[in-house]
Write a protein that binds this ligand. Structure first.
Ligand SMILES: O=c1[nH]c(=O)c2[nH]c(=O)[nH]c2[nH]1
Length: 298
């Protein structure tokens, strides 16, 4: 049976990098995980074991650290673009690079209203933020195309009212009761595709996040699907640099607890926050004139 080599890529996954910027005594930190994946002229390494075309994954990792020192790490998208273009442009055997970065936020530990002696220490003391994780995925191809997808994961949100779910199919297995007032909670994973590689990434991230939160809070929800669409639509109507939004939102069910065995009512105040299973609502919202995504989502 003839066998052929199919699509392949290789790289260093999850290089952990913390970059400290020392501005006198005031420090700034960037805490990221970088994953690189390269592809190109890789037939020989798979078919004969000839490694001549291979830029080692160890070198890819070293490049991440060297570039962090040389260029700094400002917006994760810019750092990913720099790396992706470097791998493709410096190595003739590498035809395509994908660089994914996750960023974890840190807050400065507050000095307090009445700073004690030594409060300046707070210039280099941080507490890991309970916020979401910021993400990006950059592809650069030998034909000169760069695609950028920004995103976030684990943006945990909850509406304690303003959510209904009724009018759904009722078959012989349906036990769910329609509700006109429920808790709606989710952990948003959102990714958004930029029209070009030249977006103002810092501002764009803050504004897209604001759109997602605003639409979640302001939509009177008849379903999580409807809320998802409203969130994507808000981003596209507000941010002209974005042409496509993909959302994945687990329905973090909150079930009212039956307190009647204890002689108590429960007017939608006491909930069991279920862990699993959970509904998983996923969807894409895009401009009707969005250009082809090519490899942006791969
Ligand atoms: O917003 C919802 N969408 C569903 O599709 C669904 N299905 C379900 O059981 N609960 C919900 N809630």
């Amino acid at each position: 049976m003839p066998v052929v080599l199919g699509p392949n890529r290789y790289g260093k996954a999850e290089t952990r990098l913390v970059r400290v910027v020392r501005d006198g005594g005031v420090h700034h930190i960037k805490d990221v995980t970088v994953s690189t994946a390269l592809s190109g002229q890789m037939d020989d390494v798979h078919l004969t074991g000839d490694n001549a075309a291979v830029l080692p994954t160890d070198t890819q990792k070293n490049t991440v650290y060297a570039f962090a020192r040389k260029h700094g790490v400002a917006e994760i998208e810019d750092f990913a673009i720099l790396l992706a273009r470097h791998f493709v442009e410096s190595q003739p055997t590498i035809h395509h690079a994908r660089v994914e970065i996750e960023e974890y936020f840190w807050d400065r530990i507050p000095a307090g209203a009445d700073p004690a002696p030594g409060a300046e220490e707070r210039q280099h003391s941080f507490v890991r933020s309970g916020r979401e994780v910021r993400t990006c995925a950059v592809h650069h191809d030998r034909d000169g195309t760069t695609t950028v997808v920004s995103g976030l994961t684990d943006l945990v949100v909850l509406n304690s009212t303003g959510s209904e779910f009724s009018g759904f199919i009722q078959d012989e297995y349906t036990t769910l009761r329609p509700t006109k007032d429920r808790v709606l909670a989710t952990a948003v994973t959102a990714r958004w595709r930029h029209l070009s590689a030249a977006s103002p990434y810092r501002e764009s991230y803050g504004e897209v996040r604001r759109c997602l939160l605003g639409a979640f809070a302001e939509t009177h929800s008849l379903s999580l699907q409807q809320t998802l669409y409203a969130m994507g639509e808000r981003v596209l109507n507000t941010r002209e640099e974005v042409c496509e939004v993909r959302l994945a939102m687990p329905n973090k069910h909150h079930f009212p607890v039956d307190l009647t065995p204890f002689g108590l009512d429960n007017p939608n105040e006491v909930f069991y926050a279920a862990d699993r299973p959970y509904g998983l609502i996923e969807g894409t919202v895009l401009r009707d004139d969005a250009p082809a995504a090519r490899f942006a989502w791969e």
